[in-house]
Design a protein around this ligand. Sequence first.
Ligand code: BT5
Length: 329
Amino acid sequence: MNTTTKSILELLRARTGDVSGEEMCASLGVSRAAVWKHVQTLRRLGYRIDSATHRGYRLSAEPNMPYPWRVAPLLGSNRFGREFRFEPQVESTNRIAADWAVAGVPEGACVVADEQTGGRGRLTRSWHSPAGLNLYLSVVLRPQALPMDVPQISLLGALAVGRAVESVMANPPEIQVKWPNDVLIGDRKLAGVLCEMKSELDRVHFVVVGIGVNVNVMPEDCPDDIQGRIGSLRLASGREHDRAALTAAVLTHLEAVYDQWRDDRLRSLLPELEHRSAMRNRRVEVSDGHRIVRGMAMGYAEEGALRVRLDGDDGETLVRCGDVHVLAW
Ligand code: BT5
């Protein structure tokens, strides 16, 4: 959005009534035709602006969009989200962020999209990403870390979502983390985190942490196979939530947990992870691609691995990656 369009938006926002065309022309030093052109631009972005001859213009509704100019004033972070790219539609924000990382953007730069046509989950799974409803965010990180430490960043993303949701909801329900990358609201999946990296064996070049949060989507808007498992803020609260406020909150909390992790990895975050764990003292089955492990989830090890006490008194094992199913007793 250019500076004149932004100034017109500010003038309209500052007034509950009409702003006359002459007033806009005078305060911005532009012609009536130019004012009209900028108003049309705002309308295309989803701002509802009523106009009537002799009265002027009036802003009657703002779009629920995570536009950079809506997110920026709400950020409590120093670095994360300060470089912000918004796209109406992309295949995957993770892909755009990775290209951007290769081009050298600083840590904390992020890509947000209104819609993804090829939203990705882990292991070639897909992420349902309709327009106008949810949050699709990817943040570039440049950690001084070994590649084997990077899976821990999925847990940071999940914690950030948990804290962010609690900060924007009036009476937040319990938000739980289901290792290794899911965020649950009740027993439904509210959000997922996808970490992808470029690295050598002993050095990480960059990580893209991709976060998808179901904000205003309802199960009936989703494909049949996920309808019964999908949760959203709207489903939980019965009302619509502001995507810009949630975007700012996730970025703010992600920076905070990431900085904590940079200082001492997961050590000081373990109590919160344990507290939010959806699996503690539940029987689980974990498959990591090579083996299937069954037993009682005992919590986390310091490096973010899941501790499982194996069935049949076979001792405890650490699972570093994989998919978890919580079993009925
Ligand atoms: C994840 O994968 O949960 C990671 C999702 C990450 C999405 C973000 S959006 C921004 C960024 N750009 C991307 O392209 N991706 C990231 P996984 O644990 O593999 O879970 C995927 C599974 O969750 C699917 O196979 C479905 O069963 C289910 N699923 C798909 N869409 C969903 C949705 N919107 N909400 C809840 N569950 C969903």
